[in-house]
Design a protein around this ligand. Sequence first.
Ligand code: SF4
Length: 364
Amino acid sequence: MDQAEVGSLPALWSLPVDNHRVEKTPAKPVEALGSESPRTRVRFPPPPPKEFILKIMNTFPKPKLVLSRCFFEAVRYDGGTIIDPFVEKLKKYIDFISVCPEVDIGLGTPRQRIIVVKEGEDKRLLQPETGKDITLLMENFSVNFLSNLEEVDGFLLKSKSPSCGVGTTKLYVGNNVVGRTYGFFAQAVKERLPHIPLEDEGRLRDSKIREHFLTRIYAFAELRHLKKNFSPKALVEFQSAYKYLLMTYNQKALKELGQMVAKVGKDPENTLKAYEEVFRRAFHKMPSPSKHANTLLHILGHLSRKLNSMEKRHLLSLIQKVKHGRTNHRLVMEILRSIAYRHGEDYLLRQRYFDPFPEELLED
Ligand code: SF4
């Protein structure tokens, strides 16, 4: 292979793979062979036309998130900024609104620390060094901020903070830590917007939580774009692209949404409202490995006529491993995607299940 060609599409396209037609070169006269062993020439199908690649290439909407301001500015109680590698990477992919509840209620920077304290069934937000109780101030700020907020696709807040932590904040009784809880602002988000993705950067170090969060913010961003450019036809296409992702997350919702879309022509606006509600709820819970295995089985079923029995058996055993948590679903998904590419299965290739978000966001 010409060195200059290495890595280019034509060069990669000519790499040998199974299942392509293999032809023996015409036998050379024995005296011409010398010590050379018989050579095999492999013929490869031509690359797919550019229009096909463009047709199945998924593009991504830009999610809009609320981010803790200390990821950008020196607003922490000690005057610091937080630099988190994932948040730094994510900033390039999103639009955002920043919030610092503590500065926005007038505490200033730097400031004395505040803590969440359990008092009977209630929680209070206290500043031990000054004796101030800022519970009401923070609750009012949170309600006001969320009431005036434009539509966003999620919240990414700072872990462990008494205002922003998402279940990672220390809970005190007196001077003792008795557990973990939500910061006051995060608690208000959870209560008022129960189906919005809400995470802190600490939890997103877990790759499963990160994948779930990214899937949701990108799905909701795409829904937001759909609402802006709504037509019954666009909703039908949207539902078609999300079929396998919805199957993974919530089969009941998939069915319900399918029934709504079938009748969209009768009352488009109300259908869209009802669709949005069910769609958001559908993504609430992280899918289990067996849900992924079920979706992969359906995709395999779609491709089964293109596969020989050994390939099917191998893929079935891999899917079993996914079901029992011994193999990551993404590995099998990528194999199925390759098969879909080879056979020009553009219906499958347009499925958001294969491309829920830019995959580099999952890499460390
Ligand atoms: S964690 Fe929240 S309240 Fe604390 S500095 Fe960051 S943005 Fe402000």
